[in-house]
Ligand binder design. Structure first.
Ligand code: ATP
Ligand code: MG
Length: 555
């Protein structure tokens, strides 16, 4: 599906057409290392990295590490790992904290040029003077304090002579601007926290707006792409750049695109962190999490995630994408790649009364009909097998094509069987079904009986040749379609209390060869990935997605 160029590519093309040197194109992906990346970030990653590829431009990975209270080396490592897993390589690994010295010196220049001042009010007082979108703000009583006094205070802030909140540095723009963000924004504050990289060197930290554009400029990023909520920040971005840009260098340009919003999930690191902290999930990589690491453990592939964000598109307006599109993308990808196997998740024993006890027959089944190179595998057939409990009904409705008393079904790749007798325990629960089989009906044998049509085909596993498997089946983590509307504190109310079910079943012996992170199609059920919780004797599989969904993409 070629949707032509997205609006960002059009902007870049216009710039190139009006003389911008293509060799000066440069991009960046700028995560704050305060959590693991989520599906929303995939959109920004794919957008930036694909642009770099397409225009043969450089791209930096820049950690926006200006809030040491929330940041951690663990997040830095996880972010790098996730981007690499998606298949992207960055040119330089940068940190906003590497520019702290430069940013500080520029801030001193700002004060000297009367473009910044130290405000000695507390944050409540400053907020009170901010005004509203319809009413202008009020000047701080410190707005016109002498330059030398601001310089002196700012240097003392840097030395750690003040408590956090006692003084801040503000840009001197205008308290009457119609853009509230331009009303003398704070650009430095005192923070007394250990920083993962600069350790205890800095006592003052630059704010996002001051840091971001200037970092773009230092790195010579040409197109700084961010999400729509930063649109009102663009004036400020430009105002700050005006103060430092040298005319023979590239002036970065901020442009905004719509965030990716996904139904039934949240895309906010802060809220995801609260799920981890409150132990609603087992960690950032819990297979129910919309994080890249959670999706990976769930069985999503880089190709499926890229396909998803590309199909969702790069838009200027907000919209909500259905989870079913994401599921469609992974299903399509896994269908091509995965070998098929039979696994019975919730076993019901079948005894075939006219098949010799102890006899074992080796059947050959195709690994993946979508991939001619995938070859065959051996599956053992015997007089005792398991089928799914849900594939038998004692008293079936009309048009029930699975097994029921007196009816016939085909066992996939094997024989046609007929249910003769239902054996129950003392409580009346079905324990076992006695069947007979048609010895001439073997699949692929070429006999007329092998062509005999029966309505249902069931997957099965021999009771004498199998491995026990644990299957973890997931449902949506959130019951509510827009859990993002809940605060981090109230998020519990949106949670689906039954988002995981665990089954102990049996799989074909072949499955014992599976390695961790290998994916399969369990026939008639869906796609599954071997989980890291597996051990030599315990084979754990996560369900990625079921085989079918009613959702169809629009062409
Ligand atoms: P969060 O609220 O999850 O922390 P953020 O925007 O603060 O998100 P950053 O680490 O600052 O996260 O984001 C890095 C980049 O990813 C930014 O350019 C940001 O605009 C982009 N991004 C974040 N969330 C989304 C999303 N849902 N869709 C598209 N891009 C996103
Ligand atoms: Mg953020």
């Amino acid at each position: 599906m070629d949707k032509g160029k997205n609006f960002i590519e059009q902007i870049i093309d216009e710039d190139l057409n009006s003389g911008f040197d293509q060799s000066k194109l440069q991009f960046r992906f700028p995560p704050e290392p305060n959590g693991f990346l989520h599906i929303g970030h995939v959109k920004a990653i794919v957008l930036n990295f694909e642009l770099a590829k397409k225009y043969k431009a450089k791209i930096n990975l820049r950690f926006d590490d200006t809030n040491p209270e929330n940041e951690d080396q663990i997040y830095i490592d996880a972010i790098k790992n996730d981007i690499s897993w998606l298949g992207y390589k960055w040119d330089k690994e940068c940190y906003a904290s590497d520019y702290f010295e430069t940013l500080y010196n520029w801030a001193v220049d700002l004060i000297k040029k009367d473009k910044a001042y130290v405000d000695s009010q507390n944050s409540a007082e400053i907020a009170e003077q901010k005004g509203t979108p319809t009413e202008p703000g009020t000047d701080s009583p410190f707005r016109n304090r002498p330059t030398d006094e601001s310089l002196d205070l700012f240097s003392k802030m840097k030395k750690g002579e003040f408590e956090p909140g006692k003084h801040v540095l503000r840009a001197k723009i205008s308290m009457t601007s119609s853009n509230m963000l331009m009303r003398d924004p704070v650009i430095y504050r005192v923070v007394d926290t250990h920083h993962p990289r600069t350790k205890d060197k800095w006592k003052i930290y630059p704010m996002y707006d001051w840091t971001h554009g200037e970092s773009d400029y230092i790195e010579q990023v040409s197109h700084s792409l961010c999400t729509l909520e930063f649109k009102p920040h663009r004036d400020l971005y430009d105002w700050f750049l005006d103060l430092v840009v040298d005319s023979n260098k590239t002036r970065p340009k901020q442009r905004e695109f719509a965030r990716l919003n996904l139904s039934h999930t949240i895309t906010s690191k802060r809220k995801l962190l609260s799920l981890v902290e409150k132990e609603f999930v087992s960690g950032w990589d819990d297979p129910r999490m919309p994080t890249i690491s959670g999706l990976r453990r769930r069985g999503y592939t880089p190709e499926a995630l890229k396909k998803f964000v590309t199909t969702a598109g790069v838009a200027k307006r907000q919209n909500i994408i259905e989870m079913s599109l994401l599921e469609f993308c992974v299903r399509e990808d896994l269908n091509k790649k995965c070998n098929r196997l039979m696994v019975v998740q919730d076993p019901l024993k079948i005894t075939i009364s006219n098949y010799d006890v102890g006899k074992q027959e080796v059947l050959e089944l195709i690994n993946n009909p979508e991939n001619t190179e995938s070859g065959n595998r051996n599956v053992v057939f015997s007089n005792e097998i398991y089928i799914e409990k849900t594939d038998f009904m004692e008293d079936p409705p009309k048009k029930y094509f699975r097994l029921s008393p007196g009816s016939e079904v085909r066992l996939k790749g094997a024989y046609i069987i007929k249910a003769e007798n239902v054996i129950k325990d003392n409580n009346g629960n079905i324990k076992e079904i006695v069947c007979t089989y048609d010895p001439k009906s073997k699949s692929g044998s070429g006999s007329p009986e092998s062509q005999r049509k029966v309505k249902g085909t069931l997957h099965w596993v021999s009771s004498s040749s199998n491995i026990p498997v644990e299957i973890r089946e997931y449902d949506r983590l959130f019951e509510h379609p827009s859990p993002g509307d809940f605060s981090a504190e109230d998020i519990a109310q949106a949670i689906n209390k039954e988002s995981i079910k665990i089954y102990q079943g049996f799989g074909e012996k072949e499955l014992s060869k599976a390695s961790v992170s290998e994916s399969f199609q369990f026939q008639r059920k869906g796609y599954y990935i071997k989980d890291i919780d597996s051990t030599k004797d315990r084979h754990v599989f996560n369900k990625t997605v079921s085989l079918r969904d009613n959702w169809k993409p629009k062409n």
